[in-house]
Each structure stands twice: as structure tokens, then as C-alpha cells.
Design a protein. Structure first.
Length: 425
């Protein structure tokens, strides 16, 4: 009853802020969102959704070992989400084309909230795996949210809309670990319950405020959901293939980092759950500051390819530093450097892809890149979990070696062809 009252109160306050003429909130809304209410609602959904993820990610490893999982099994647990997301996201996108964005957003965010509750009250390890699978299956909310932007904004305005959405997600992911650090002191299950409550608020906001934006419901693309031949052809394409391979390998190494960071922090450095959550908060803030203040300046000074090369070289050094780090201060500082690298790599890869293909094929190639990112996040934690059973810091050394391969491939990106249609059929 109290939860229902709080949710309704939040929704009423948001509604009143919209209606109050001359308020600072309304002026900010007009400046930032150009009076686009749908964009504002999607930004709120992204923030709230990221808060939930930010709360549980720093605790997932320490929570799961209480159920008797070893490092390899933990790697499988981390990877299961990405595997299920890889399988389900194309289906969710196609269903949103047929039945509308709003119902699919409600279903997908509700699935995330239910998965958090399943983890909070899991009686055995199998329920942790079921919860991560459910979360992955229903994890298509950000692609559907991006479709809302495409539905409601002019093409020339969409880049700004996508930037606001990802910035909102980054902001939520930075704040989530701070909430985790505060709540975990009151019990290991409380952060998962708080994450579920926050995510259900996103469901309520979607239900009460977001209108249906798909004006062409029922018109869906035909053909297979997965085209593995297309994935294979893309990576050997003479123009875009090298960039896609960099994306796959770098994401693989970063997936290994996401898993390996927590066992090294707990078993070698002796950090507790609160300290790990604080570190993730620091990484999130560094990521935001890098995106807002550094990317454009560095790219303007160095160019995209040299900027990408510099960022990956930083990752090589950071992974090697994490392998040797044995103090909390150095471990945290080097982790921040890796966060800076990651903040550069993904946007620059997307920008290079957009310049290596023309408008007729960009959507398809960006979709292929998203598939490669998912594949990297599937296999990175699995491999890291396997080799961590022999040497806990070894996934960091693996990440450094893989990023060295990325450096070599990036060096080959010296000469670009003009943007063209990339045929993958």
C-alpha cells in the first residue's frame, strides 16, 4: 500500500511540474527536450532502468558465491544475460513493430523488475540463473526506447535524442552503485528489492504517461530473426569488417573485465560489497565526465582513428596494470583509466561505421555491430571465469593481449574508402 502511494505521488508531482507555467523545471524541459514530452519520458525510463542495473551489478558476484557458485559458474551466470538478450532482442523489436512500443516496453521493464525480485528471494542457485535469463529475455527495452525516438523525432534531431537517452542511462548507472553501497549495509537482499521497486516505478511511468508512438503497427519485416551468414560476411567486408572486428574483440576483453573485477577485488584485495559499489560509482562518474568533456575535444585534436588507437592503447596498459595491481588505490585508479578508454571506444566505433557505410546500409550494419557486442559480452565472462579458476588476475592479462590485437587492426584502418552500400546478402 505504501509503495502504491509513493509511486502515485511521484507520478502526480511529475504531472504538476509539466503544467506549472514559468517553473524552472518547465524551462529546463523546453531547453533540453525541445518540449518533446515523449523524449523526456523515455529519458526518465532510461535513468530509472539504469539505476536498477547499477544497483545489482556490483553485488552480483559476492551474492552468487553465497549460493556455492565457483568462478566458472559465475562466468556463466554473467554471460547468461547477454546470451538471452542476444536471442530475444530481435524478437522484441519485431513485436514492437507489430503490437506497438508501449506494451513491449511495459512487458520488458516488468520482466527486469521481476528478475530482481527473483534474485532477492532466490532459494537456490538455479533461481539466480532463471532470474538472469528472464532479465535477458526481456532486456529489449533500450532498443524499443530508441524506436520511440525514431517514431517521434525528425531524422536530423534523432542523434540528439539518442545522445540524451544514452546520457540518461549513463547517469542512472553512475547513481545506482551509490544506492547499492548505502543499502547493502542493511542486508544483502535489500539492494535487489530496492532495484525492483525503482524498476516498477519505470513501469508505472510508461503505463501512465507514454502514449503509443508506432503509427504503422502490423507492418513487420519478413525474414529470419538471425542471419549468421550476414554476420560472417560483415566481418570480412573490406570497408567495415575491420571496425566490426575491433568492436567484437574489445567488447570481449571488456566482458572479461566486468566479470574478473569483482573476484579479484574480493579475494585478492579484500574489498567488501560497499567498497566495490563505491568503485563502480566512481567508474560511472568518470564515464559521464569523459563523454561530456573529453570525447569531442580529443577527437577534434587527433581525429577518429588516432583517437580510437590512443583509447585502445590506454586499455592495453590499464589491463596490464590491473593484472599487477595489489593495492586498493592503484586498482581503483587503473580501473578508472580503463573506464576512460571504454568511454571513447564505443562512440568512435559507431562513428567510424557510419562513415564506412552510406545511409542505405547504416541501420543494418549498426545492427550487426550490436550483435557482435552481444557475442563479446557472452564469451568474455565465460572465458574469464574459466581461466580465473587457475589464476584470478589472468583475465586482465588476456584483456591486454586481445586489446593489442585491436591496436594492430586499428593501425590498418589508415585508408578509408568513401561511404558506400555494404551488401551482406
Amino acid at each position: 500500500m505504501l509503495l502504491k502511494f509513493l509511486v502515485l505521488r511521484i507520478l502526480v508531482n511529475i504531472h504538476l511540474l509539466f503544467r506549472e507555467k514559468g517553473s524552472r523545471f518547465r524551462l529546463f524541459f523546453i531547453f533540453m527536450f525541445k518540449n518533446n514530452k515523449n523524449l523526456f519520458i523515455i529519458a526518465i525510463i532510461a535513468i530509472v532502468n539504469a539505476l536498477g542495473y547499477g544497483i545489482i551489478i556490483p553485488l552480483l558476484y559476492s551474492y552468487s558465491i553465497k549460493f556455492g557458485l565457483n568462478d566458472f559458474q559465475n562466468g556463466l551466470l554473467f554471460s547468461l544475460f547477454s546470451l538471452c538478450q542476444f536471442i530475444a532482442t530481435p524478437l522484441i523489436g519485431r513485436l514492437s513493430d507489430k503490437y506497438g512500443r508501449r506494451p513491449l516496453l511495459i512487458i520488458s521493464i516488468s520482466g527486469t523488475a521481476l528478475s530482481f525480485l527473483m534474485m532477492a528471494f532466490a532459494p537456490s542457485a538455479i533461481f539466480l540463473f532463471l532470474a538472469r535469463a528472464l532479465d535477458g529475455i526481456t532486456a529489449g527495452n533500450l532498443p524499443v526506447a530508441s524506436a520511440v525516438i525514431s517514431d517521434t523525432m525528425e531524422p536530423k534531431e534523432r542523434a540528439r535524442g539518442f545522445g540524451i537517452i544514452w546520457g540518461s542511462f549513463g547517469f542512472g548507472f553512475a547513481i545506482g552503485p551509490a544506492i547499492s553501497a548505502f543499502t547493502v549495509g542493511f542486508g544483502t537482499t535489500l539492494p535487489f528489492i530496492v532495484a525492483a521497486i525503482i524498476t516498477f516505478i519505470a513501469v508505472a511511468i510508461t503505463f501512465f504517461f507514454l502514449p503509443e508512438t508506432n503509427k504503422n503497427m502490423g507492418m513487420t519485416q519478413k525474414g529470419p530473426l538471425f542471419n549468421f551468414v550476414k554476420l560472417a560476411r560483415a566481418v570480412v567486408d573490406p570497408d567495415v569488417g575491420k571496425t566490426l572486428l575491433i568492436s567484437l574483440l574489445y567488447t570481449f576483453s571488456f566482458g572479461a573485465f566486468i566479470f574478473a573485477y569483482q573476484p579479484v577485488a574480493t579475494k585478492i584485495l579484500g574489498l567488501n560489497e560497499q567498497q566495490i559499489s563505491i568503485n563502480f560509482t566512481i567508474f560511472g562518474i568518470v564515464n559521464l565526465l569523459t563523454q561530456f568533456f573529453l570525447i569531442q575535444r580529443v577527437t577534434r585534436a587527433l581525429g577518429e582513428i588516432r583517437g580510437l588507437l590512443s583509447a585502445i592503447l590506454l586499455a592495453v596498459a590499464a589491463f596490464a596494470g590491473l593484472f599487477f595491481a595489489r593495492t586498493y588505490i592503484w586498482f581503483t585508479f587503473i580501473g578508472m583509466l580503463l573506464g576512460v578508454s571504454n568511454s571513447f571506444v564505443n562512440p568512435l566505433i559507431q562513428s567510424l561505421i557510419s562513415k564506412e557505410t552510406d545511409a542505405k546500409s547504416q541501420g543494418e550494419i549498426l545492427g550487426v555491430n550490436a550483435s557482435y557486442v552481444s557475442i563479446g559480452l557472452i564469451f568474455g565472462p565465460i572465458v574469464a571465469g574459466f581461466i580465473a579458476t587457475y589464476s584470478l588476475p589472468s583475465p586482465f592479462l588476456l584483456g591486454s593481449v586481445v586489446c593489442m590485437a585491436c591496436v594492430f587492426i586499428t593501425w590498418l584502418l589508415k585508408n578509408h574508402h568513401d561511404a558506400r552500400v555494404v551488401h551482406l546478402e
